[in-house]
Design a protein around this ligand. Sequence first.
Ligand code: F6P
Length: 330
Amino acid sequence: MSILGEEMVAKLVVGIVTAGGDAPGMNAAIRACVRNLLAKETKVIGVKRGYKGLIEKDFETLTSRSVSGIINLGGTILKTARCEEIRTEEGLEKAARNLNELSLDYLIVIGGDGTFRAAKEISRKSGVHCIGIPASIDNDIDGTEETIGFDTAVNTALEAIDKIRDTAISHERFFIVEVMGRGSGFLAIAVGLASGSEFILIPEKPPNVDSLIERYKVMKSLGKTSMIAVLAEGAIDGLTLVNMLKKRIDAEVRFSSIGYIQRGGIPTLRSRILANLFSAKAVEMIFEGKKDLMVGIVDNKIRTNELTGKKRTIGEGEIYMLNLAEKLAI
Ligand code: F6P
């Protein structure tokens, strides 16, 4: 079908899948991919429920109307899943067979590092080339300095921490606020600096409870009556930390996990702009015949990069932010 709804002879057939954890802005990316592809007379197939849909042949043809009214919605209209089967040889074979039956030329994969790793395998098995669009609230994908959804998630977490700060100040408490990030501290660092939190605890630098307590005492001696530690979930178990602190410091320690609220909600302007720019570039790449690459933003420019499926790790910029947050929280 063309953008206007009438029959057309498709030049290419392209699939779109969202996989792994949902991220706000995925829908804006789906919309932009679909409409850019339709403008180039491409047949667009949506794969439902992540890679599960590839294995179970859960497909739907997408038209311009299928993506109406979704630019401002969190989640993903295609749905998503964490699919263990795609990591197996059998699962990969089924997915490859189904892709080839559809005569797909390309598959656009929208997701995180795990999604990209699987995409490489799918491409190897099926010969259908994949183009990756990075979307994850964790912001930890190699090949891009920012992912779709990160900005929305940090703003959601920031709003929550600002609210928790009211109780911390009023009750003179020490709050451990857990944010997402099982393997990376990008979210915790950004939100920790922006919220003026006294501690930022990340998986890349597992917290030392003795030095945390030392710093707590220094801050208290400087007149601080309330404090906040932003804890990335992968750094240390939050409740264990709270129990240790309760035994060793003279403070009302409380734990609050922001949790899945960070994954949902209306995507911010930044998340939507990235979704639009990444998707336009992904479609351009397809029509330039590029294979097994991803789009990303590096030095504020939209770029293409190798689809490595690796995780990005914190660098100099994040270490600087960590140190700055620590310095300013005194
Ligand atoms: O989307 C990434 C992430 O939010 C991680 O930070 C978190 O640990 C994980 O997803 C949990 O998601 P799920 O319950 O979907 O496995």
